[in-house]
Write a protein that binds this ligand. Structure first.
Ligand SMILES: [Zn+2]
Length: 252
């Protein structure tokens, strides 16, 4: 989209509206975006349905992730290795995976909070937002939470709030934090277990071993016949970034 719409502010507004939680708020913001950046909106409409790039219309559980940065960074690390033959590529992948697992294993073991540092940071900021909110009990674990004339309905049992932050992120919103104080519920019971430091440690607890020489492998392994994958062959030459030759440089 950056290349399609060069108008100032388009990317920033796109990133902002993609992260909106409520569908009606998204609809209003996207209409405004469409009026300001018609070309960009047309490109988005033609390319992807709303459930692919908006938080508000995504039918799946996204947690608090709205980027593919991690995939991109792995791709960037393997830019050269991708050109290698398959065995050498697998060897590079093992080295990369192993070094990342070691780094994150050491990092996660050193943490002594219930939640990962990033989520503890979100908790602190929402904790501050929750200060001064008025909480009224409605029903069993249901609360009306108000601040500056705005009201939100929190259900601590189903872990939902009308602001949608609690359910989509699986992290309590400021309203839920305020409600938990009145309900005397431990805040740490309201998070998804995936945000816990324990889950973080578990994710990197396995060892990624290198592949041994063939004669060092156990004798009882059955080697299945591995056929090449069925792929559709693309027409034309494969696109690849390449370094210009000396001759090409001298023509410039
Ligand atoms: Zn809320």
């Amino acid at each position: 989209m950056k290349t399609r719409c060069k108008k100032k502010g388009a990317t920033e507004m796109f990133l902002h509206i993609a992260k909106i939680y409520k569908t009606f708020e998204f609809d209003i913001a996207y209409n405004d975006f469409r009026n300001r950046y018609h070309e960009a909106a047309q490109y988005l409409d033609e390319r992807d349905s709303l459930d692919r790039w908006t938080r508000a219309y995504c039918p799946k559980t996204r947690y608090n992730i709205m980027t593919t940065n991690r995939v991109e960074s792995i791709n960037a690390r393997l830019l050269e290795e991708r050109k290698l033959p398959i065995i050498a590529l697998l060897d590079s992948l093992q080295k990369l995976a192993s070094s990342l697992f070691v780094r994150y294993r050491h990092g996660s073991i050193a943490i002594n909070t219930n939640l990962t540092p990033a989520i503890e940071g979100i908790l602190r900021s929402r904790f501050t937002d929750a200060q001064g909110m008025q909480v009224f009990e409605l029903g069993h674990l249901e609360f009306d939470v108000r601040k500056h004339g705005h009201s939100a309905i929190v259900d601590l049992q189903s872990k939902r709030c009308t602001c949608r932050v609690f359910y989509i992120d699986r992290i309590p919103c400021a309203h839920a934090i305020a409600a938990s104080w009145l309900a005397k519920i431990d805040l740490y019971d309201l998070y998804s277990e995936y945000y816990s430091t324990m889950s973080w440690c578990m994710a990197y607890s396995e060892t990624v071993y290198p592949v041994l020489e063939e004669n060092e492998l156990p004798r009882n392994i059955n080697f299945p016949l591995v056929l090449p994958p069925l792929v559709e062959k693309r027409v034309g030459r494969r696109k690849q970034n390449r370094i210009p030759s000396i001759g090409e440089f001298s023509k410039r």
